[in-house]
Write a protein that binds this ligand. Structure first.
Ligand code: MD3
Ligand code: FE
Length: 205
């Protein structure tokens, strides 16, 4: 893996390493994600209000983030197959300890698949027991227009997340409001069929 460059953004605790993963490392990680797909297929969750997400999801790890009519939660099994989630790839576990320095390994890795018009509205990540633990995010495929603002409200700023970029959310940024407004279609050829995959590593419980 190439050395990382740390950039401080306007939001304290938001760290972005553009191109943290080489193209080779991106391809290797994508191959692991796609091979795990047979065991844990992407599915389309619904919100507690019953609206389908435009993003398709699956998870790796002891626990996976799910949403349905009952609400948002972490659970040990895939809601469609009923099987345990596949393990988190070692590369991601290494990246977590290297970049966050957090003493415990991540328990959950949410895998978001964006195709075409898929997007994610402005939200906060609050379903984890320990909100002082960091979140680490890895982007693969098409560039996304990502928006982030402080937890308390106020203006948001737009940042592009490209394939191989990694960001860590720690401290005050952990509760930042954030969104994926849209993809820049055709900006990467990494994901077969086009689109973007985002992996987020978390402590869940
Ligand atoms: C800022 N995912 O899964 S990744 C999510 O690209 C989520 O799929 C987006 O928001 C995606 O919840 C954004 C970057 C990211 C992830 C977690 C965060 C930014 C964050 C948690 C707190 C603040
Ligand atoms: Fe989020």
């Amino acid at each position: 893996m190439s050395p990382v460059q740390e950039i401080q953004t306007g939001i304290e605790g938001f760290r972005l390493w553009p191109g943290a993963l080489s193209v080779r490392a991106q391809a290797a990680l994508l191959a692991q994600v796609l091979s795990a797909e047979a065991e844990a297929p992407f599915y389309r969750p619904v919100t507690p209000g019953g609206r389908p997400f435009s993003v398709r999801m699956t998870n790796f790890g002891a626990l996976g983030w799910v949403s349905d009519r009952e609400g948002y939660r972490y659970q040990a099994t895939h809601p469609v197959t009923g099987k345990a989630w596949p393990p988190i790839p070692q590369t991601l576990l290494d990246l977590w300890s290297h970049l966050t320095g957090w003493p415990e390994p991540p328990q959950a890795c949410l895998v978001n698949l964006y195709r075409d018009e898929a997007r994610m509205g402005l939200h906060q990540d609050k379903d984890e027991a320990d909100l002082t633990a960091p979140v680490l995010s890895v982007s693969l495929g098409d560039t996304a227009v990502f928006r982030i603002g402080e937890a308390e409200g106020g203006p948001t700023r737009s940042i592009r997340l490209a394939s191989g970029d990694v960001c860590a959310l720690t401290g005050p940024a952990r509760l930042a409001r954030h969104a994926i407004d849209r993809l820049i279609a055709g900006s990467s050829t990494l994901v077969p069929g086009g689109g973007r995959i985002n992996l987020t590593l978390r402590r869940a419980r």
